[in-house]
Design a protein around this ligand. Structure first.
Ligand SMILES: [Zn+2]
Length: 281
């Protein structure tokens, strides 16, 4: 599932072909994804000039000169591919939307599982939009720092992992990067959030930013170095320390992994958590 760094990478990948361009055509091949497409979406956006591509949590925000804002969520399996319009392959079964620009490019949205969604807002209604209202601060914004996290977790009796996944506390953090940040900070995912020392919470805040920035940087190099032949963007090689590595030795750890079984997997709130019982307390 695409997490914040993947979504950020998609934004950075599609921005150069969308920004400053006019949407000459918008082809929508089915009535809905997870939700119905907004009524009249194609008519509302066609012939409009795209100003910027940005991100809020895991929503891609495509802004238009007329004040319209298109929100795109990639869901579980949403992907974007870029093609030369004259050379775009025949759309497949899961190619649901084509954005065609006057720059000769086609941006194609593909989503086999259809958990993605598109919604329309305006500059005025965006902040209060039901998909965005109530979201906590962006982890890469100035609002998110040690002081913020200490104060936000003070009253949280739930396990730290659950608290970090709560989108009203901080927006856009998902399972993978929460596991990785807790490992790197040496905090057990089972620890009650309110019982963790301020010093450790401050380290955690710094680590979350560091882990996300590293992943975004890896995504950035993937855009530069090897744009895939399929035109697909936003998916790149990851090096996770613990995520998905049950039973493997954990990196830079003194635990005797052959004796204690290496990285552990437990299920919290229906999601897998990967961690080291030696290093994370
Ligand atoms: Zn370990």
């Amino acid at each position: 599932m695409p997490e914040l760094p993947e979504v950020e990478t998609v934004c950075r990948g599609i921005a150069p072909i969308l920004e400053g361009r006019t949407l000459t055509d918008l082809v929508i091949r089915r009535p809905n994804l997870r939700l119905p497409f907004p009524e009249g979406m194609a008519e509302k956006l066609k012939s409009q000039v795209i100003t910027t591509v940005g991100r809020r949590a895991k929503y891609i925000l495509v802004r238009f000169a007329n004040g319209a804002v298109l929100l795109i969520h990639l869901g579980m399996s949403g992907r974007m591919t870029i093609h030369d319009s004259g050379d775009a392959p025949e759309p497949g079964k899961h190619d649901h939307v084509d954005f065609i620009t006057d720059g000769g490019k086609t941006l194609r949205f593909n989503d086999p599982r259809r958990f993605g969604l598109m919604a329309l807002a305006t500059e005025e209604t965006l902040e209060g939009h039901r998909l965005l209202a109530g979201l906590g601060p962006e982890p890469l914004s100035n609002r998110f720092n040690g002081d913020f996290l200490v104060s936000a977790l003070k009253t949280r009796g739930q396990p730290i992992k659950a608290a970090l996944l709560d989108q009203t506390l901080v927006a856009g953090l998902g399972n993978i990067y929460v596991c990785e940040s807790l490992f790197r900070s040496g905090i057990s995912p089972r620890r009650k959030a309110s019982t963790i020392s301020g010093k450790k919470i401050r380290l955690l805040a710094t680590t979350i930013v560091e882990v996300l920035r590293e992943a975004i940087e890896a995504g950035g190099s993937s855009l530069k170095d090897h744009r895939q032949a399929s035109g697909e963007i936003g998916y790149f090689q990851h090096n996770f320390a613990v995520y998905g590595r049950e039973g493997e030795p954990c990196p830079d750890c003194t635990c005797d992994w052959q004796k204690n079984g290496g990285i552990k997997r437990i299920v919290q709130g229906g999601r897998s958590t990967f961690f080291c019982t030696n290093r994370q307390r």
